[in-house]
Design a protein. Structure first.
Length: 186
């Protein structure tokens, strides 16, 4: 059996100062940022536009890889959306493009490359990093740790419990399979 890293991390830029963002990556010894934004740009925070971010990370000894086309929260495949335009994460999980992206993460994990999946949302409860990617990794026994707004770690199980409680309420029969995007995109 191939030995793995203990965790894959996630982080949201949330408009942080780039220095603070890079400092957090260094604190957790992240070697690669995997950009999982479907659209790798930020109108209000240009330091997080794909080209600029790639450049700044490389200057600080951190690699950059864009996988938003495979692991992004807004897939181009229409069948991944419900009738109201919400992304249904269990539908995304069955798509070949998503499985290819997930395989890249698990391969990096097997090679012991310390990576962080990055998106825009600073709160992991608000992002597909936890509801889609973290959930998929958990199914493969690879835990995801989320770097929150304060720079502290929240584990996947805690984040998902918070998501389920806040979005699905006290429904005793709700679980991760019910999760969708917060907003409608179609």
């Amino acid at each position: 059996m191939t030995e793995k890293n203990a965790y894959i991390y996630s982080i949201g830029h949330g408009g942080r100062k780039i220095e603070d963002f890079i400092n957090l990556l260094n604190i957790y010894e992240i070697k690669y940022v995997v950009d999982v934004r479907s659209k790798p740009r930020s109108r209000f925070h240009p330091q997080f536009n794909q080209k600029k971010l790639h450049e700044l990370l490389n200057q600080n000894g951190i690699g950059y890889l864009f996988l938003g086309d495979k692991l992004g929260g807004l897939p181009s495949e229409p069948s991944c959306y419900d009738e109201k335009g919400h992304v249904v994460y269990n539908k995304v999980k069955g798509m070949s493009f998503y499985e290819e992206g997930l395989a890249r993460l698990t391969s990096a994990n097997e090679k012991k490359i310390k990576i962080a999946c990055m998106c825009s949302e600073i709160d992991p409860c608000d992002c597909h990093r936890s509801k889609l990617i973290g959930s998929s990794l958990s199914e493969q026994n690879i835990p995801m740790l989320h770097i929150n707004k304060l720079g502290h770690i929240e584990d996947q199980e805690t984040v998902i419990k918070n998501v389920i409680n806040s979005t699905l309420g006290n429904d005793l029969f709700s679980d991760e399979s019910s999760l969708k995007s917060r907003n409608s995109y179609r």
